[in-house]
Every structure is written in C-alpha cells, then in structure tokens.
Design a protein. Structure first.
Length: 149
C-alpha cells in the first residue's frame, strides 16, 4: 500500500514539473495560452530592421503595449516594413510619434520603442509612423571606426 502511495506522489510530482516547464517555455518564448485581445495595426518602415522578429515586444514609456506581427521587405522602397499590433486600449498614440528600434542590454533582444509626440491627432488602424530610427548595428559601427570612416 505504501509503495503505491509513493508511486502516485512521484507521478504527481512529475506532472507538476512538466507543467512548470511548459509554463516557463511559454513565458520565455512570448507565447500565451490566453486568446489575443483586441488590437489594431500600425506600420513602420526602417532602413535596417536589425534582428526584429514576429512576437517581439513593442513598448511605450517602458510598458509593453503591443507585439510585432510581421517583418517584410517593401519592394518599392527597399526598406523593412514592420507590422505592429497595438493593444486596443492604447488608442491615442499621437500622429507625430516616432518608432525606434532599441536593444535590451548590450547583446539582448531588439524591440520597438514608441517615443510619444505632441500632436493632437492620433494614429488609427492602418496608419504608419512617419518618423523612425533604425537599429544600431554594432558590427558596422566597429568596422567604420576601424577603417576611419
């Protein structure tokens, strides 16, 4: 009887361990079991998108307000076109705001930071940021410094 109880406890412990690993994997990858809330899409064009990837975070004043939906090449301008999903409750981003690619730490992941402007008009679904700042490429900066450019 005690051996069966021990086996059941070990089994429960293993199930709890796998559940904890699953939750950790979901948290680290940025995925969620919750359905996505209401969002609207904004676009930004960058000369260099760096290592932006879908599901990357979009923040404003250090608070996550959305996710990157897609990064593609605009065939007309040859710039990176980034589709950004913004949470619907953040519905008053000024039209003259700027989308900036930033890096978490020295070698961390890249994300989009929205620098808020002062316009009275707001961006709406399908609009794009007119002012952007591309990713800072550390290798290019070192190369330019070494070559004296």
């Amino acid at each position: 009887m005690t051996q069966r109880t021990t086996e059941i406890l070990v089994g429960l412990f293993m199930v709890a361990g796998f559940a904890a690993l699953l939750m950790l994997a979901l948290k680290v990858s940025g995925l969620s079991l919750e359905p996505a809330g209401n969002t609207y899409t904004l676009y930004a064009n960058f000369n260099d998108a760096g290592s932006l990837a879908p599901r990357g975070k979009v923040s404003m004043a250090g608070v996550t307000v959305g996710r990157i939906r897609d990064v593609s090449l605009n065939q007309e301008t040859f710039q990176a076109r980034v589709a950004i999903e913004i949470d619907a409750e953040v519905d008053s981003i000024p039209k003259d705001s700027m989308a900036v690619i930033r890096t978490s730490g020295l070698l961390g992941e890249q994300y989009i930071d929205i620098s808020v402007g002062g316009s009275m008009e707001s961006l709406s679904d399908g609009d794009r940021f007119y002012e952007t700042q591309s990713a800072m490429n550390l290798e290019r900066m070192i190369s330019n410094f070494a070559s004296g450019r």
